[in-house]
Design a protein around this ligand. Structure first.
Ligand code: DX5
Ligand code: ZN
Length: 218
């Protein structure tokens, strides 16, 4: 089954309760939470306080994407505020094995992300340790960017690596995805789709329906 993970980055922050209710009603599987530190990426988004508050109003799976330098410093904090899945970037962490172990020890799912310019080989050492791989299809840091076409090949490669090893690992793709290209991304091998602007700009229910219909079109 393909899972849709709307990114709250594109939501109306003055109305998060309703934005979340809308994606739940529309049938989204995860809520993708983009945490940015102004260091690993230029922008600063939100952190623990916001996630803690949101945890009180929804049971949806929290898919926390840490775009922060040295994420190992904050794993306990994000676990405490309600993360279910924590993604760290291979480019941002110098103790990836230990950090994955830390995430697992706290009872959460662990995921590693690679930027568009990072070769897929970088994830090989962690493939049999993680629950999910996140392939970025835009440079991390901002919503609303255009999908980078070269990333499709990376999705194919990562899916192949997972299949060859008979691993039960999800493959999430994040950035620039909407109804016009989601089928291509799924056909390339993704099974978790992040979408920010394509979900929250306009009618959320309609947008989610359009994306799901596009995935299942022949
Ligand atoms: C980018 C974030 C994405 C972003 C996706 O740095 O990791 O999750 O919110 O937004 P769209 O779907 O608008 O590209
Ligand atoms: Zn993200």
């Amino acid at each position: 089954m393909i899972k849709l993970a709307p990114s709250i980055l594109a939501a109306d922050y003055a109305d998060l309760r309703n934005e979340i209710r809308k994606i739940e009603e529309a049938g989204a599987s995860y809520l993708h939470l983009d945490v940015m530190d102004g260091h690993f990426v230029p922008a600063i988004s939100f952190g623990m306080c916001v996630i803690t508050s949101l945890r009180k109003i929804t049971d949806i799976v929290f898919d926390v994407h840490l775009m922060i330098t040295d994420p190992e410093r904050y794993i306990e904090d994000f676990a405490k505020c309600g993360a279910d899945i924590i993604t760290i970037h291979v480019e941002a962490c110098s103790c990836i094995d230990e950090t994955i172990d830390k995430i697992h020890a706290l009872g959460l799912k662990a995921s590693i992300a690679i930027n568009p310019k990072t070769p897929v080989e970088k994830i090989i050492p962690y493939l049999d340790k993680v629950d999910m791989i996140l392939v970025m299809s835009v440079e991390p840091g901002f919503g609303g960017q255009k999908y980078i076409d070269d990333c499709t090949q990376k999705i194919v490669q990562v899916r192949q690596m997972i299949e060859e090893r008979h691993l039960d690992v999800d493959l999430e793709v994040d950035g620039g995805i909407g109804k016009g290209n989601v089928k291509m991304v799924v056909d390339a091998g993704a099974n978790v789709i992040v979408a920010g602007s394509a979900v929250f700009n306009g009618d959320v229910q309609q947008n989610v329906n359009d994306i799901m219909n596009a995935i299942h079109a022949d």
